[in-house]
Write a protein that binds this ligand. Structure first.
Ligand SMILES: Nc1ncnc2c1ncn2[C@@H]1O[C@H](COP(=O)(O)OP(=O)(O)OP(=O)(O)O)[C@@H](O)[C@H]1O
Ligand SMILES: [Mg+2]
Length: 252
């Protein structure tokens, strides 16, 4: 059985792309064919695995121009990890998608045949609750919510959870929360420890045991077009993402 995960939080810069790229790399490395789908016009996941953001066809052509999805999927430098790139025009999809009847279900329908080929599909979402994120949430079985371990961490989570409930009620009753992930954590600071405690108190069942530390290697890796697990596999950042991938797989 394949599993489709959306990595989403409308707050910007919380570690969505980093998590999608690195969990994808770890799962692929463990031997499971994995597809990363970049649904963000910023195309950071695309560039982060070394693929040119001008490559066509990309997700825009698949969603709006009937390009065959198989033609848009490319191999990355990471064995077993394929990518459906974000590309030119995807920003326009925010306006054009809602004009299509039943657009919310489009991505789910398009990836249905790929569930044979890929055991894991990971959707990197943009920092908004707009049509591209809704499309991803409808396509997903599970959502992973990265939360940056800083002041205001909980802000915005209420509206994210409201959107989730709405999607579950109206569009995708199968959708469940895989977990919330504390990212960019600094265990040496009082703030880091306090925020972790607060998020765990609010969502005792949901927060992953694994915490992603703030780590220089994680920040560097995208400039090499590599996941940190390949840029520096022995760094604290890479080790944390390996642990997280195991926890994600174990939660099922
Ligand atoms: N654990 C970490 N340690 C150090 N730097 C990190 C870590 N996680 C992410 N970063 C860096 O922080 C920045 C934001 O991370 P990322 O792009 O993953 O967030 P995002 O939620 O996808 O952002 P956006 O909302 O813009 O899509 C990036 O420059 C990334 O390299
Ligand atoms: Mg991102």
């Amino acid at each position: 059985m394949s599993r489709v995960y959306a990595i989403a939080n409308q707050k910007g810069g919380v570690g969505k792309t980093t998590t999608a790229v690195n969990v994808g790399a770890c799962i692929a490395e463990a031997g499971y064919p994995t597809l990363l789908i970049d649904t963000d016009p910023q195309a950071n996941a695309t560039v982060g695995v070394g693929i040119d953001r001008t490559r066509q066809p990309g997700l825009y052509q698949v969603l709006l121009c009937d390009a065959p999805i198989e033609e848009a999927i490319v191999e990355t430098g990471v064995g077993g990890l394929s990518l459906l790139p974000a590309g030119p025009g995807l920003a326009g999809a925010t306006v054009e998608l809602p004009r299509l009847q039943g657009f919310e279900h489009r991505l789910r329908e398009l990836i249905a045949p790929l569930r044979q080929r890929f055991e894991y599909v990971l959707l990197d979402c943009p920092p908004s609750l707009g049509p591209l994120t809704v499309t991803a949430l409808v396509a997903a079985d599970r959502i992973i919510v990265p939360v940056q371990t800083e002041y205001f961490a909980l802000e915005g989570l209420a509206s994210l959870l409201e959107t989730l409930e709405k999607v579950q009620r109206q569009l995708n009753p199968r959708l469940t929360v895989a977990g919330m992930l504390l990212t960019m954590h600094d265990a040496r600071t009082r703030l880091g420890r306090d925020v972790e405690e607060e998020v765990r108190r609010h969502f005792p069942e949901l927060v992953f045991d694994t915490v992603i530390p703030r780590n220089v290697r994680i920040g560097e890796a995208p400039s090499h077009g590599l996941p940190v697990t390949h840029h520096d596999p022995h760094s604290a950042g890479a080790e944390a993402y390996f642990e997280l991938a195991k926890e994600v797989a174990a939660r099922g």
